[in-house]
Design a protein around this ligand. Structure first.
Ligand code: ADP
Ligand code: MG
Length: 717
């Protein structure tokens, strides 16, 4: 029996159960073992049931009690509204205590009297000061005869699992325990390939893989229950570190490959060329822009392709830097591509680039619905023969047939809508342009360096002059009327407004209090008494884009929307935003939303204002909203966001394309991630060493073809 065998080789798994497990992604035995227990119960010390007046035991019972007892009077009791419970009396020879189970009616048939059971669960006094009661304990038969009990020596540390698809937790527990035992019996203590090199294991004092998996599923009796439950045991650390190491090796390999490959093109750009290009702009660059542009210029001058992430708030002037870089490419007889997350944004970029640099280079727009060039000429063939300098489009640009004669520079805007995969698909097409990735979702620098391990990071933390910071107010539902007034005032001076709802319709959430677009939207439209448009994620892309377009050109003045506007159109006239159910949004998301307003510089529009209305904020939400109101600095907000929610939340759930970790947690295991990053850089040199065959195989399982594309060695059988 091998850990990579099909799950059906586990004892007790036939075709039916095997099918259910497979449906939940559990095809092999290792897949089952990758489902770690949710928590652990300590049943090592068998206690005694307390007597009726036994107050003294109470402090010791803050956790759960484990007892060996017989059961009497097992019966099903029907309560109100069809709820039933099972009740019994537990008796350990010295005392008798009532037991109650909820939602487990089958126990009434299963439990036998006069045989010993191991019970483990919380012991409480009914109603606070009534008789003792064990509530919902786990129950396990441990012998046949009443006399078996005294010999029983504790129940060890018991893992508690979640369900896998339709397979219930108790079944999962039994399967995992059986699998571990059988693997050990058939293949010895080292029953799964050890791929973590000895050096790293020794350095960090980590257990071997087989040992770690055994320990998490069948903890030894010396285990620390606190460490296990916090997932900080050596076994958990081994799994998390191992996972991080593989990811970091992958990133390090990509970095190395990039450095080795070199780029097929070069730029004719000295300092004077950049100065001349900058001089074409109708404004002076900010200090921050100068610095980042210097970093980009250095990259372009190097032999290896650039791979740079520019982070900066909406409006900080990232796109301008990209445009200058494209111009430098054009002057060096190279083409560039600028990719936006939506067609509408692509159109906007096209329009503003044309305005800015249309006289200095030929620009084309390529989306699924449009193909136009700034000079009105043909598009496809002039991209193919190199006469078009810059192509603006959606990411379809890199996926579709668009053929470039000499693609030197690719710019990706709003990185978080693009996965790492898309980023790399350029390389797979055999193109090795310089890559500039721009994102308006700042993440803390340390985090960026580690998670986007293959990117260099530039930070634009200064706003161009003239942009007025958005005033932010946080209120409760009482502030609704005032919000309407403020918005109307701004609409009257020619502004436009967003009203953001947390839900499309009321049926979605459990919290009935939250305002929804369908219910409250019409009320807002009536109260504001101007033409309003509606956008949300269930509309078709085309319909959504059309409404946003009408908002941009002013034929509607207010957008009633969900967070689909988060990455959206640039409407300089938008000066007001009301965010309803603000307690429901994360800090970064609130900040991202607010970035949609106050983009214009026309003083006639008045002060931009964002009003966040929170119905029933938790204390955590209140803190979040305080920070939101107090700061407009995206990086401050990102740091605070990370402090409040942990890096895992920031990176893991909302943003597509970022690595998802199964064992490791970016917040909890942060130091392991840093260690893995350092180790990976160094381990890469030793990867070809035969001693690391197992590691290389493991890496190839993750990323087929990695080792061969790295030029180290061909794939191995
Ligand atoms: P981002 O891409 O970071 O959202 P943009 O590059 O689109 O920002 O710039 C936002 C707006 O500010 C644009 O209208 C742009 O022309 C203007 N802008 C950019 N840099 C400056 C600057 N240094 N001085 C004045 N205006 C600027
Ligand atoms: Mg931009």
């Amino acid at each position: 029996m091998d850990a990579r065998d099909p799950i059906t080789r586990t004892r007790g798994v036939g075709p039916v159960l095997g099918g259910r497990l497979a449906a939940a992604g559990c095809r092999r035995i290792v897949d089952l073992l990758a489902h770690l227990p949710l928590r652990y119960e300590d049943r090592r010390t068998v206690g005694r049931l307390p007597g009726a007046d036994d107050a003294a035991v109470e402090p010791a019972l803050s956790g759960a009690l484990t007892v060996v007892a017989r059961l009497e009077n097992v019966k099903r009791v029907f309560g109100r509204r069809r709820f039933s419970r099972v009740e019994a009396v537990a008796c350990d020879g010295a005392a008798r205590v009532g037991v109650v189970w909820f939602n487990r009616p089958y126990l009434a048939q299963q439990l036998e009297e006069d045989v010993p059971y191991l019970l483990h669960g919380p012991l409480r006094r009914r109603g606070g000061d009534g008789p003792w009661q064990l509530s919902n304990p786990s129950v396990e038969r441990i012998g046949e005869e009443p006399d078996d009990a005294p010999e029983f020596e504790g129940g060890g540390v018991r893992p508690v699992y979640g369900r896998i698809g339709e397979v219930p937790p108790s079944r999962v527990a039994r399967l995992a325990a059986d699998a571990i035992r059988d693997l050990r019996d058939s293949s010895g203590p080292d029953w799964i390939d050890e791929w973590l090199p000895r050096e790293e294991r020794t350095k960090h004092q980590l257990p071997r893989l087989a040992e770690a998996l055994t320990e998490v599923h069948s903890p030894s009796s010396e285990a620390s229950i606190e460490d296990l439950n916090a997932r900080r045991s050596p076994a958990h650390a081994r799994l998390a570190y191992g996972e991080f190491l593989l990811q970091q090796l992958q990133l390090a390999a990509a970095r190395r490959q990039r450095r080795r490959s070199g780029k097929p093109h070069g730029y004719r750009a000295d300092g004077a060329a950049w100065t001349e290009a900058t001089g074409l702009l109708p404004f002076r660059l900010t200090g921050g822009q100068e610095r980042v542009l210097g970093e980009i210029a250095d990259d372009l001058g190097r032999k290896e392709p650039m791979l740079r992430l520019v982070q900066g708030d909406v409006g900080s002037g990232k796109t301008v830097l990209a445009a200058l870089s494209c111009l430098i490419a054009a002057r060096s007889d190279l083409q560039s591509a600028l990719m936006a997350p939506t067609e509408l944004l692509a159109e906007q970029h096209f329009a503003s680039l044309e305005r800015l640099l249309g006289c200095d280079m030929t620009i084309a727009l390529v989306t699924s619905s449009q193909r136009v060039a700034s000079d009105g000429g043909a598009v496809e063939e002039r991209i193919a023969d190199g006469r078009i300098d810059l192509v603006v489009g959606t990411h379809a640009l890199i996926e579709e047939r668009t053929r470039f004669a000499r693609l030197g520079l690719a710019v990706i805007d709003e990185q978080h809508r693009f996965g790492v995969v898309q980023r790399q698909s350029l390389a797979r097409k055999g193109l090795r342009p310089d890559l500039l990735v721009m994102t308006a979702t700042p993440i803390p620098r340390s985090l960026a360096l580690t998670v986007y391990g293959d990117l260099d990071v530039s930070i634009l933390d200064e706003m161009p002059p003239g942009r007025r910071p958005v005033e932010t107010r946080v209120t409760t539902d009482d502030g609704m009327e005032e919000a309407v007034e403020e918005v109307r005032r701004r609409l009257e001076s020619g502004g436009r407004a967003y009203v953001v709802f947390p839900l499309i319709d009321g049926g979605e959430g459990t919290a009935a209090e939250l305002p929804s677009l369908m219910e409250s939207g019409p009320k807002w439209a009536r109260a504001l008494a101007v033409p309003c448009g509606v956008v949300h994620g269930r509309l078709r892309r085309r319909e959504r884009d059309e409404t946003m377009g009408r908002f941009a050109d002013g034929s509607i003045q207010v957008l009633l929307a969900t967070t689909v506007i988060e990455v959206g159109v640039d409407v300089p006239e938008a000066t007001a935003m009301v965010i309803l159910g603000a307690e429901r949004f994360g800090l970064a998301q609130l900040h991202q939303l607010r970035g949609r307003i106050g983009r214009g510089t026309d003083p006639a529009l008045g002060e931009p204002l964002c009003i966040a209305i929170a119905g029933q904020p938790s204390s955590e939400a209140e803190r979040r909203l305080e920070v939101f109101a107090a700061s407009t600095d995206g990086f401050r907000i990102a740091e605070e966001d990370m402090r409040q929610r942990g890096p895992g939340e920031i990176l893991g759930t909302r943003q597509a394309g970022l690595p998802q970790f199964r064992f490791g947690d970016l917040a909890r295991d942060w130091t392991w991630l840093v260690a893995a990053r350092q180790d990976a850089a160094e381990l890469l040199d030793r990867l070809a060493d035969p001693a690391n065959d197992a590691l290389r195989r493991q890496l190839e399982r993750r990323i087929p073809g990695l080792a061969s594309s790295d030029g180290e060695r061909g794939p191995r059988p």
